[in-house]
Design a protein around this ligand. Structure first.
Ligand code: SAM
Ligand code: SF4
Ligand code: SF4
Length: 372
C-alpha cells in the first residue's frame, strides 16, 4: 500500500542544517537500502555523548574544548528509548552492526542499560545484532563487567602509545597508561569475543610506539589497529605531512614481525587485516587518507542529539529527533531515512585533495560530536 508522506513529518526534518528532502511515497522497508552510489546501509554508529574526559589533540584539542565549550544538555540528548526505536527502524533497512561511540561513551550515565536494550535486537535474518563500543578505556575497569552482563560482545579500546609519557601526551589530561592497561586486562579476562586496540599514528609524535605496541600485545589475542591520522573536524590543525601512510607502517612492522595479508571479515570492513607469520596474532591498518574506501562505505551515524550524518566528514545532519518527538509513526520515520540514504553521495576521502586545496568548499562537524 502506498501513502503520501505527511508534509508536516518532512518539515520536521528541515532543521537549519538539513538539506531539503524530496517528498515521496511510503513503502515498507525491504531490508536493503542502496545510496546513489550503490552502497547499502549496513552499519550504524551512535554517538551517545559529546563529552570526553580526554583531550586528544587530534580530536578535542584542549584550547578549544574548554569547560566553557557549549556542550549539549541532558534534554537535548536522545533517550535510550529513542535510540532503541531508531535502531529497530535502521535494522529493518538492513543494519547488522551498531557501534556506540562519542565523545567518551562510558561517560553516558546508564550506558549498560542502553546496551541491554540494544543487544536483544535481531537482524532481519534473525541473527543477534552485533553491538559494539569504542572507548578510551579510562572507565572501563569499573564498567566492563556490567557491559558484558548487558550483552556487549566486542569492544574497541583506543590507546595511542605503550609508554606512559607518550600516552599522557596523547590524552593531554595526564591520564596514566596503567589504568587503561588494567582495563584491557579486565576486558580480556571477561572473554569478550574480541578486544581490539585503535592507535592513531601521528608522525613525529607517537610513531615510535608502533613496534613496542606490537611487542606488547603479541600473543595476547588483542588485535592492534593503526589508524592514519585524519583531518576530522575543524580544530586539529591537520597536515598531510603528519600522516604516516599505512603502507609504510606495514613495511616498518614487517622488518621485525613478518606479516601476511588476510581476508576481510565482511565486505566493507575498514581495516586491512594482516597476521604475523610466527603465529603471534593479527594486526590491522585503517588507511582512511592514503587508500580511501568511500566506495564501500556502508556506515550511517547518529549524533547524540539525533541527527543523521551520512559521512564522518559530513557538513550537515538530518534532524531525526524532531521526527521522533513528533506524531510521526515508525513507517514515516523509516521512509524519511530511506529517502535520505538513497540520495547519499558522500565520499569525502576521495575528494580530500580538492577540498584541502579549496577547489571544493566543504565545512565539517567535529568528530567528538558525530562519533568516530
Ligand atoms: N572516546 C572514544 C575513543 O577514543 O575510543 C570514542 C570516540 S573517538 C572519536 C573514536 C575513535 O576515533 C578513536 O579510536 C580515536 O582514536 C579516533 N579518532 C579521533 N580523532 C581522530 C583523527 N583525527 N584521526 C584518526 N582517528 C581519530
Ligand atoms: Fe575523547 Fe576519544 Fe576524542 Fe580522545 S579520541 S578526545 S578519547 S572522544
Ligand atoms: Fe565513508 Fe565518508 Fe569515510 Fe568516505 S570519508 S569512508 S564516505 S565516512
Amino acid at each position: 500500500m502506498k501513502k503520501v508522506i505527511p508534509i508536516s513529518a518532512l518539515d520536521a526534518l528541515h532543521s537549519k542544517t538539513s538539506p531539503a528532502i524530496v517528498p515521496g511515497v511510503l513503502h515498507e522497508p525491504t531490508g536493503v537500502l542502496n545510496d546513489s552510489r550503490g552502497r547499502s546501509l549496513h552499519d550504524l554508529r551512535i554517538s551517545v555523548t559529546d563529552r570526553c574526559n580526554f583531550r586528544c589533540p587530534y580530536c578535542m584539542p584542549k584550547e578549544i574544548f574548554t569547560s566553557d565549550y557549549n556542550y549539549l544538555g541532558q534534554k537535548e540528548l536522545l533517550s535510550f528509548e529513542e535510540i532503541t526505536r531508531l535502531s529497530r527502524i535502521f535494522i529493518a533497512h538492513g543494519v547488522k552492526k551498531i557501534r556506540l561511540t562519542g565523545g567518551e561513551p562510558l561517560l553516558r550515565k546508564g550506558i549498560e542499560q542502553l546496551v541491554a536494550m540494544l543487544s536483544p535486537l535481531q537482524t532481519l535474518d534473525h541473527q543477534p545484532i552485533d553491538v559494539t563500543l569504542t572507548t578510551n578505556g579510562s572507565l572501563l575497569k569499573k564498567k566492563a563487567q556490567g557491559l558484558k552482563d548487558a550483552g556487549l560482545k566486542r569492544i574497541t579500546i583506543s590507546l595511542d602509545g605503550i609508554h606512559d609519557e607518550t600516552f599522557r601526551k596523547m590524552n593531554d589530561v595526564d591520564f596514566a597508561l596503567k589504568d587503561v592497561l588494567e582495563s584491557i586486562d579486565v576486558a580480556q579476562k571477561l572473554d569478550f569475543e574480541s578486544v581490539k586496540i585503535n592507535m592513531v599514528v601521528k608522525k613525529g609524535v607517537n610513531d615510535q610506539e608502533i613496534l613496542p605496541m606490537i611487542k606488547h600485545f603479541k600473543n595476547t589475542g588483542v588485535i592492534v589497529r593503526f589508524i592514519e591520522y585524519m583531518d576530522v573536524g575543524n580544530t586539529n590543525g591537520w597536515k598531510m605531512d603528519e600522516v604516516i601512510p599505512s603502507r609504510q607502517i606495514i613495511d616498518r612492522i614487517q622488518e621485525h614481525y613478518p606479516l601476511t595479508p588476510i581476508d576481510p571479515d565482511y565486505a566493507g570492513e575498514v581495516a586491512q587485516r594482516w597476521k604475523m607469520l610466527d603465529g603471534g596474532g593479527e594486526i590491522g591498518v585503517i588507511s582512511s587518507v592514503t587508500q580511501t574506501f568511500c566506495h564501500t562505505c556502508t556506515r550511517a551515524r547518529i549524533s547524540m542529539e539525533g541527527k543523521l550524518f551520512l559521512c564522518l566528514f559530513a557538513s550537515k545532519g538530518y534532524d531525526l529527533k524532531a521526527l521522533l518527538r513528533s506524531e510521526a509513526n515508525d513507517l514515516t520515520i523509516s521512509n524519511a531515512i530511506a529517502q535520505i540514504w538513497q540520495a547519499r553521495d558522500d565520499r569525502y576521502s576521495e575528494q580530500r585533495t580538492q577540498i584541502q586545496q579549496g577547489v571544493i568548499h566543504h565545512p565539517k562537524v567535529e568528530m567528538s560530536y558525530i562519533g568516530g
